[in-house]
Design a protein. Structure first.
Lengths: 103, 845
């Protein structure tokens, strides 16, 4: 898994709305089976990095099942970062596809 | 760009916030992870990973890794220093000596030798000078100052300060007066310690004669008695009322240790017959200082004074040189001022600073060595840390943090030691308690950073060596020992030589009768008189003086002994030849015996009389009598040999003397020397009056006063230099002690085994001593060689009397001191090694 993919995925997952850690892991698991397969807990260091960058904010709340959990919410900086990274990703994959088609 | 900066700042703030709330952040994270795990299906929980490790990784993200590590290093450093109190104490002592004693010396030097100005707004006060093709002059004629003050529009104020020949106050002779302008004290904002200072009312026509006393003179001669205010004293026999005493912090803009401060107009008292100030263009004697008005540029001020000067020069051409212009520069104080005023730097300051840097260097080499020695005794710990994964870089950083902590400790202790020992030096050197030491913050700060920097510089190679090497002894340690020993040795020798020279000069052997001599300076040379007139006036003066009660002899000499004047010739292959120009009666009146040949004949022009030392130096084989000798550009014949006077030896212990007869052209430069039966100061009081009866103005002093003044200043310098020697000695002692003590600690087990299997004390001692002997010997030799080389350079830096050859007794004294210190410092830890109990040492393992 390329470096930074996990944080891109987290940002992407949070785009629909705030989620707590377990939910983020679930969603990422649905989207791509293998990224968190080895170590689900490595979600948390990645979340801390994103927190420090200011792309998300964290807030304690209650989950639908009544548990005390921390919700992560995308900030405007985070949205901008997500867009930047998506564009970058598309540009790269587009270029690779173009090369693959030509080759 | 801007938004990126903002993002960076916001990110930094977040990190700071996270770092501050680390505890809560961690507990939150732990709770969150726990919740996460509890939501996972039991069989999936093993996929979560190591929670502790993940928390550790997360917390590293919150703050800066280096900050965390620094925190760890500091904590570790504090702990390890606390666990080795002896080492910490030793290192702190070394550093605090290195910096503290240095600071003290510097402060005392600064306070005692280089006066500090204590005036309002010192940085904006300008010193004026007159610049012409022939060079720069600092004296202004009083009349010109009157004109500048009245007509300039650029300066907020202009003040003048000058001096004249020495005066007599009641019975005290040879006192330096200061003469100042009316607005002097008010403009500079000086506050009297007693009474009042001079002001405008004392300068009004018909004002009664008043004066202010200098603090030092007042505290010594009047025992600091404030009742002196209001008392009338006699300055050169004129009644003058004392109205106040200056503060101890002020001794003039050009400090001269003036005893008494008088209005400029009082010059008529000291120099009878001087013209009124408004017309006095002849004596350019007053220093001129000023402060520009707000908004006026330096150039505009200079231009205005220059145009006023040119106007005056047209009316009074004799008082000025061609195309003179006025230049201004800020006055400076303390050591800086001395450096600034002395072209190319004052040698005393240069020598002092070099010695101080050497002391600091020695202290740092010392510390580097101690760090290294300690590092070797910690080799096991370092190896263990390496084995469990510490990187070399991390270990070096950690050792450096320890040196940083040490240097901070040392610098703080050093400031304390500095303050205490400065006070000690002050008390040892000056009986006066009134010179206050002010701690110069810039100096202290500079010292603090200097020691931080140098400790790190010396700690770094040591740390590198400790981490890298496994060998027990390293060449770095040898080099450090060598360096430290050579610098200490150099310092010891240098200060021993200087102190020895100082002591020698402070106990001069004068062959002539200086106790009963009065020297009178007629100063005809300042008046450009034709020779017959000079001869006539000089004859009249000598006749009058020889009639004074108690005077039993009168003679003439251009260079009165001990007067601070000197004329000397440099001839190839010979020491300095101190040349005096004297009348034939000189030798009789000075009680200098002619040991061979004869005295000058009256009107003899080509003769030369040499001292015994000169006879030996110039004509080692055979008698000089009748030999030709070209001296001062004239071919002469040696007519006689006299005893060495000893006066030249004060300033120049290797020098020799020669006397030539006074020729007509030199008459106007000659001084009159009186020999008195009984107390010469009673004659001194009569001199000015006797001269005045012939309408002459002279100044006079006692030969013994000049001698005492000279010796006093030598004494102070000697004590200071001795102080530096003391510091060097203690540094060397601590360093060598530490070295041997560490060797003992390091090889304790080995020594224990050796003792157990029967090694005798001499054998153990030999092991300990040979370990450091080589670098110590090399260091000592290098230090001595450097001292020899430096003593050559020292000639050009006349801080103390010159030596043409190496001062052998001083040298031996220095080396002996060094050897003694080395033996004492190594003996006590070595003896401790002999008391090692083998069974106990082996059990410790």
């Amino acid at each position: 898994m390329p470096k930074g993919t996990l944080s891109l995925l987290i940002l992407r997952v949070l785009q629909r709305g705030p989620l707590h850690g377990y939910a983020i892991a679930q969603r990422i698991g649905q989207l791509s089976g293998d990224v968190l397969a080895a170590e689900e807990g490595s979600l948390y260091p990645a979340l801390q990095r994103i927190l420090v960058e200011g792309w998300v904010v964290a807030e304690w709340g209650t989950s639908e099942s009544g548990r005390h959990v921390r919700f992560y919410k995308l900030t405007s900086d985070g949205k901008a970062q997500l867009k930047r990274e998506m564009d970058e990703y598309e540009r790269t994959t587009g270029a690779i596809q173009a090369i693959l088609r030509l080759a | 760009m801007m938004s990126r900066l903002l993002r960076f700042i916001r990110k930094t703030c977040r990190k700071l916030l996270f770092t501050l709330h680390k505890e809560r952040m961690l507990s939150d994270l732990a709770e969150e992870m726990e919740m996460h795990r509890s939501m996972m299906t039991p069989d999936a929980r093993s996929r979560f990973g190591n929670a502790f490790l993940l928390q550790e990784q997360s917390s590293e993200i919150w703050s800066w890794i280096w900050l965390q590590q620094l925190q760890q290093d500091l904590a570790y450093g504090v702990r390890s220093l606390r666990n080795a109190p002896a080492f910490t104490l030793g290192a702190t002592v070394v550093l605090s000596l290195g910096i503290g004693a240095n600071l003290a010396e510097f402060q005392v030097f600064d306070a005692v030798l280089f006066h500090r100005l204590n005036i309002r707004d010192a940085s904006s006060v300008l010193l004026m000078s007159r610049v012409a093709k022939q060079g720069e002059r600092f004296g202004f004629p009083p009349a010109a100052i009157q004109t500048y003050t009245a007509e300039n529009s650029s300066f907020a104020w202009l003040v003048s300060e000058g001096t004249t020949s020495d005066v007599t106050i009641d019975t005290d002779t040879g006192l330096r007066p200061a003469l100042v302008s009316a607005n002097y004290f008010t403009s500079l904002g000086i506050i009297p310690s007693w009474g009042r200072l001079l002001d405008a009312r004392d300068f009004l026509p018909g004002a009664s004669a008043v004066a202010v006393l200098g603090y030092e003179y007042w505290s010594v001669h009047y025992a600091a008695d404030p009742h002196v205010v209001g008392r009338t004293v006699h300055v050169n026999n004129h009644p003058v009322e004392i109205v106040g005493v200056l503060p101890y912090t002020f001794d003039g803009l050009e400090p001269r240790r003036s005893a008494i401060w008088l209005p400029l107009a009082a010059r008529a008292i000291i120099l009878p017959g001087s013209p009124p100030l408004q017309q006095d263009f002849t004596r350019a004697s007053e220093g001129l200082f000023g402060k520009l008005k707000l908004g006026v540029s330096k150039a505009a001020g200079e231009a205005e004074l220059t145009s006023l000067t040119q106007g005056l020069a047209r009316l009074q051409p004799q008082g000025f040189r061609k195309d003179e212009r006025i230049q201004t520069k800020p006055i400076q104080e303390g050591v800086q001022g001395v450096l600034h005023r002395a072209k190319g730097g004052n040698p005393a300051v240069f020598v002092l600073i070099t010695m101080m840097l050497l002391v600091l260097f020695s202290a740092c080499a010392n510390l580097g060595n101690m760090l290294l020695a300690r590092g070797f005794s910690r080799q096991r710990e370092i190896t263990v840390r390496k084995a469990i994964g510490a990187s070399g870089q991390r270990l070096v950083r950690q050792l450096m943090t320890e040196s940083l902590l040490l240097s901070i400790l040392g610098a703080v202790a050093g400031l304390g030691v500095g303050a205490v020992s400065a006070r000690f030096f002050m008390n040892a050197m000056v009986a006066r308690r009134d010179i206050h030491l002010t701690i110069g913050w810039p100096i202290c700060l500079a010292g603090f950073f200097l020691i931080l920097l140098s400790t790190l510089a010396f700690g770094f190679p040591a740390a590198l060596q400790i981490v890298r090497s496994n060998q027990r002894r390293s060449s770095l340690q040898q080099v450090l020992v060598g360096l430290q020993v050579s610098v200490s040795c150099l310092l010891l020798i240098a200060s021993a030589v200087l102190v020895h020279t100082g002591v020698l000069s402070a106990s001069p052997n004068l062959a002539f009768d200086y106790k009963n001599m009065v020297v009178i300076y007629p100063q005809f040379y300042s008046q450009n008189l034709p020779e017959p007139i000079v001869r006539q006036r000089l004859d009249a003066l000598t006749t009058r003086f020889s009639g004074l009660p108690g005077v039993d002899g009168v003679t003439l000499a251009v260079v009165p002994p001990l007067s601070g004047r000197a004329a000397f010739d440099n001839l190839p292959g010979l020491p300095h030849i101190y040349r005096n120009t004297v009348s034939p009666s000189y030798f009789t009146e000075m009680k200098l015996a002619v040991v061979q040949g004869r005295n000058f004949l009256p009107a003899e022009q080509e003769g030369v009389i040499v001292s015994e030392s000169a006879a030996r130096a110039v004509w080692p084989n055979g008698s000089p009598l009748g030999k030709a000798w070209k001296l001062a550009g004239v071919q002469r014949y040696v007519v006689g040999i006299v005893k060495d006077s000893g006066a030249n030896l004060l300033a120049d212990p290797e020098s020799i003397e020669a006397y030539v007869p006074i020729a007509g052209a030199q008459l106007d430069r000659s001084s009159v020397i009186l020999h008195v039966v009984g107390e010469p100061s009673s004659v001194l009081r009569l001199v000015a009056g006797a001269a005045a009866s012939l309408n002459e103005t002279v100044s006079a002093s006692l030969m013994r006063t000049s001698r005492d003044n000279y010796l006093k200043s030598m004494e102070k310098l000697t004590i200071l230099l001795g102080g530096i020697g003391l510091i060097a000695t203690s540094l060397a002692a601590v360093g060598m002690f530490a070295l041997v003590a560490f060797t003992v600690a390091q090889r304790k087990r080995e020594l224990g085994i050796r003792i157990a299997i029967g090694a005798q004390p001499p054998h153990i001692l030999r092991i300990l001593l040979t370990e450091n002997a080589k670098p110590m010997m090399i260091g000592a030799m290098a230090g001595s060689a450097l001292a020899v080389a430096l003593s050559r350079v020292e000639h050009s830096l006349v801080i103390l009397p010159r030596h043409e050859t190496i001062d052998f007794p001083g040298f031996v004294l220095g080396i002996a001191c060094f050897a003694l210190v080395a033996v004492l410092a190594t003996l006590s830890p070595a003896l401790q090694a002999l008391r090692i109990d083998p069974s106990q040492t082996l059990r410790e393992e």
